[in-house]
Design a protein around this ligand. Structure first.
Ligand code: SF4
Length: 143
């Protein structure tokens, strides 16, 4: 699956869940809390492929999935090769110290597996929006 395809598919799933919670008059705090990993595995099993295996993408106690993926992630499915023949398909806009890149053949992608910036409830609340696509709009560099 391309980044772009995942982005639109995930946006739709996120939107449907938030619409359901908003119809119940959930506050921002309640909406964010609903996206706690343990609750999401129970109630929204198709939101993430890892839920079927009850596996967290980051092994932390209070993993919140509201901001999956991350507003600082940047991707470009149409990226072109540099002078050395390598193609950078994704990177971190803030160059977070826990992030790293990985390369397969000449394809370079960003690896966020050690970074939990986007899973912190307080950070999500501080920048809260019910519109996931608006929050993530800078991520998609594909034109
Ligand atoms: S390294 Fe961290 S801050 Fe950067 S894109 Fe990945 S999750 Fe976001």
């Amino acid at each position: 699956m391309t980044y772009t395809k995942w982005f639109h598919s995930h946006a739709d799933k996120h939107k449907n869940i938030v619409a359901k919670l908003s119809a119940r008059n959930y506050t921002p705090e309640q909406i964010i809390n609903y996206f706690e990993f343990d609750n999401m595995v129970r109630t929204e099993n198709d939101f993430c492929l890892l839920y079927a295996m009850k596996t967290k993408c980051h092994d932390i106690p209070h993993l919140n999935c509201y901001w999956c993926a991350c507003p600082y992630f940047r991707f470009n499915d149409n990226a072109t090769a540099d002078n050395e023949g390598n193609t950078l398909f994704s990177y971190c806009a803030i160059n977070a110290p826990q992030g790293k890149s990985f390369q397969h053949e000449n394809k370079v992608h960003h690896d966020c597996s050690d970074c939990t910036v986007s899973h912190d409830t307080k950070t999500i609340l501080k920048n809260f929006s019910t519109d996931w696509k608006e929050t993530m709009k800078a991520c998609n560099l594909t034109f």
